[in-house]
Design a protein around this ligand. Sequence first.
Ligand code: CTP
Length: 405
Amino acid sequence: MTAAPDVVTGRHVLLVVSGGIAAYKAASLARALLRGGATVQALLTPAAATFIGPATFEGLTGRTVPTDVFSDSDHVPHIHLARQADVAVFAPATANLIAKLAVGIADDLVTSTALMLDCPVVIAPAMHTEMWRHDVTQANIATLRHRGAHIVGPDDGPLAAGDTGEGRLADEDAIVAAVAAAIAPSTSPLTGRRVIVSAGGTREPIDPVRYIGNRSSGKMGYALARQAARRGADVDLVTAPTHLDDPVGVRLHRVETAEQMRTTIMDLVADAEVVIKAAAVADFRPARYSGQKIKKDSDELTRIELVRNRDILAELGENKDGRLLVGFAAETDLAEDHARDKLHRKGLDLIVVNRVDMADAGFNVDTNRAVLLRAEGGRREVPLTTKDQLAAVVCDEVEELLAQR
Ligand code: CTP
């Protein structure tokens, strides 16, 4: 990610630092913002001041770092600090500070100032993985996001006490880019749109133990849901079973079978403007489900009668109602004629033809290669890339198609 200095130039950034080991990185962040032409006012929580002193920030920014709500009755620091800010960035933001921000506690200069803010807010969490994943922290983050805060990170990587995992402060460039994006609000056509993404491979039960499934990991669909949410979309992720962590900032609907996926999507679709169907939906299911585990000596398992599942995408294509429909075609060669036929047959606006037969593309790996075909004839080839980047390209295409309407 690259910084966007032109956007921060001349802007007044309130940099709030809270008490974690990553606090030392805030000094470098202050420098990056200053280099971009911003003025920076640092503010430290008492815990942050045990990791890095106010003198460091005063030296870098040329501005006094106030520490006390009652230090200056003429200016009333928290009012003054908040009103000056064009943007506030909380980096690193500890679980404790995030909790206080979410519920509106104002018991010191930092939190009193935060409650006074009437400007875009960027929050860069940093903490141990367990604290980040805790339901309370996730609920607080969801609250803050809902209120319009821009959440950047945390990343995966080395943490305090020799641990490694999710919870590391986002890269400096990513935080500066988030600050720039917060100042110049997203102009993505996806902002505020209801988007449904389906992911994972459905399971069609034979008996309580066995099922017919496929090799989809769900990674592509999860990457798409995250990417659309990052662009401001209001995302429902309908997912068949996966081993992936719940993405932050999207509504998750867990399903198992193709029929459950169909029902869930049909319940949600009335409000949706975009549907992206990355799920590998089983085309068939066993005609009969046995409530008891079938004994291997019985004949029943030698011949399982199958019935066809309804094609969710085709059904959505028949009742489009102005919605933008994106489908996936899993191929063992880039059979574009076949995919183009599917695009038209199912009433899609865009189809992503991806390879599933190579060591570096398709099921269970983090990379993919694809060709994107538009209904009106456009073609875009995406060479080997990460699923996150392919998700970004798919969202770019969706944005262009929405913008054309
Ligand atoms: N799909 C669906 N409902 C189904 C089957 C598939 O919505 N019952 C969707 C998938 O989510 C995916 C696309 O349709 O977006 C895949 O289309 P499909 O016709 O199943 O193609 P392939 O799996 O590529 O298989 P084939 O080439 O055999 O048609």
